[in-house]
Design a protein around this ligand. Structure first.
Ligand code: 5GP
Ligand code: ZN
Length: 137
């Protein structure tokens, strides 16, 4: 992808603070960290997000995430980490080259949590059924 910022970073055409690389994946620091050390793990292959990824690539990507979660967390004395992927614009994805965020988190960082809804009577069962139905087809 010629216009993709992460493809350019992967090829070394744009600078980045790279912390890890192997034949399939690269990890570098985001320029807009939620907390210091916030790392992005990206496949070298241009895929848009999880909707677009084959199982073999998911496996490789998450093995790298697992490899990095201790170093990223320990290097910043964090108490935990969020590991997340935004999939499509509606979810907050801005860069359309798949990337897994590893975000060091602190008990004290007071970042707002997701809002929570509730289910009406029977609605949870109905929602589960919708997903199971699509899994079965
Ligand atoms: P998204 O919202 O797409 O899941 O996250 C995009 C991430 O890429 C953000 O953390 C953002 O700060 C980071 N980012 C955007 N442009 C660049 C860049 O040129 N270099 C680096 N290192 N990170 C970038
Ligand atoms: Zn790309």
């Amino acid at each position: 992808m010629t216009d993709c910022i992460f493809c350019k970073i992967i090829k070394g055409e744009l600078p980045s603070e790279r912390v890890y690389e192997d034949k399939d994946c690269v990890a570098f620091l985001t320029i807009g960290p939620v907390n210091k050390g916030h790392t992005l793990v990206v496949p070298r292959k241009h895929v848009v997000n999880l909707f677009d990824m084959d199982d073999a690539l998911v496996k490789k990507l998450f093995i790298v995430v697992k490899k990095l979660i201790h170093p990223v967390t320990n290097a910043f004395n964090a108490d935990g980490a969020n590991v997340s992927i935004n999939n499509n614009e509606a979810s907050g994805q801005i860069v359309m080259h798949a990337h897994v965020h590893i975000i060091p988190r602190y008990k004290s960082d007071r970042l707002s949590a997701w809002p929570h809804q509730t289910y009406a009577d029977g609605e949870m069962k109905e929602c589960g059924g919708r997903i199971r139905k699509r899994l079965a087809t």
